[in-house]
Design a protein around this ligand. Structure first.
Ligand code: DON
Length: 305
């Protein structure tokens, strides 16, 4: 019988060359990350790690951070409160769409697009912006089982080019859907996107969700098991933006992408696959990451449907 390690190696060898797509360029830092870097890792619900290629290269977490802040918000405020304030439906539009917000009277549809993610940051209970940021950073570390750090270089690159997200934050405020100062929420959101992570750490985060909220590497409970299905549902509906339906059709497990080139797929009760490759499709998802994960999930018979 073919082993997971064999299948992962096959996927890595098959796709490690060029397969189209382009690095994100609207964030200057991301444009200059070497496009050829390719990494893949799997962490099982028992904490076993299998990795190939550039799996220890640290890249910007970007939108994958939205999942972690969502988890923290649900832990603090409960799934009903988060659902009623932020929503759980796909937008069918790009991740930074103002149109999606305007079409629904300024209410974000999902915590996994920028509008919903910034509103979710504003829901995190804290006395001030710095405390809110530290809680989010600490939650990232608990999911990844590493001392996750902010990259000053990535943060600087994003903070100086994020006027679009600032505009979204102000629109949310004007519609009554912001729960802290809007520009402070945008600042913290931008920081949460600017931390560094590698494939093993990302797969550890995914494996924690695959394992009912218990991190199999740190052996610590990160979130309550009752909250996990809500997070996985959000990932299934919007984790890959306008490609989420195609992803569900082709792969059939919850995923989340980031414009830094990371992609994580959660296989409940089995583990999680994480890939890194910077060139993106037009929706902002890693092209090679999707190909490698699809190959592995199909070969292993991993599909929730
Ligand atoms: O807010 C932004 O535009 C970026 N910091 C994150 C966007 C992102 O990763 C979308 N995902 N694929």
């Amino acid at each position: 019988m073919v082993s997971l390690a064999d299948v992962m190696q096959q996927a890595y060898e098959k796709y490690k060359g060029k397969h189209g797509g382009k690095n994100a360029s609207y964030i200057p830092y991301l444009a200059q990350v070497p496009s050829e870097l390719t990494g893949i890792a799997f962490v099982s619900v028992d904490g076993e790690v299998t990795a190939f290629g550039d799996s220890s290269y640290h890249f910007a977490i970007e939108s994958i951070s939205k999942v972690i802040t969502l988890a923290l918000a649900i832990e603090e405020s409960g799934s009903e409160a988060v659902h009623s304030k932020i929503g759980a439906d796909p937008t069918g539009l790009p991740f930074n769409s103002v149109l999606a917000l305007e079409m629904h009277n300024g209410k974000p549809l999902t915590p996994l697009v920028n509008a919903g993610a910034i509103a979710t940051v504003s829901l995190i209970k804290a006395d001030d912006k710095e405390q809110r940021w530290q809680k989010i950073l600490d939650c990232q570390s608990r999911f990844t089982n590493s001392a996750t750090q902010l990259s000053d270089e990535v943060n600087q690159s994003e903070q100086t080019t994020n006027t679009h997200n600032q505009a979204i934050s102000l629109l949310l405020k004007s519609a009554g859907n912001m729960y802290s100062d809007p520009l402070e929420a945008c600042d913290v959101y931008t920081r949460q996107c600017s931390t560094l992570i590698n494939c093993v750490e990302l797969a550890t985060m995914g494996a924690t969700l695959a394992n009912g909220g218990f991190n199999p590497c740190s052996k610590q409970t990160v979130i309550h098991s009752k909250n996990v299905p809500h997070i996985l549902a959000d990932m299934m509906m919007e984790g890959l933006y306008e490609r989420s339906g195609d992803w569900a059709y082709d792969v059939g497990v919850p995923g989340k992408s980031g414009v830094g080139g990371g992609l994580v797929a959660v296989i409940p009760n089995v583990g999680a696959l994480a890939t890194f490759s910077p060139p993106l499709d037009p929706a902002g998802n890693s092209v090679k990451g999707q190909l490698m994960i699809k190959h592995i999930c199909r070969s292993m018979g991993w599909n929730m449907f």
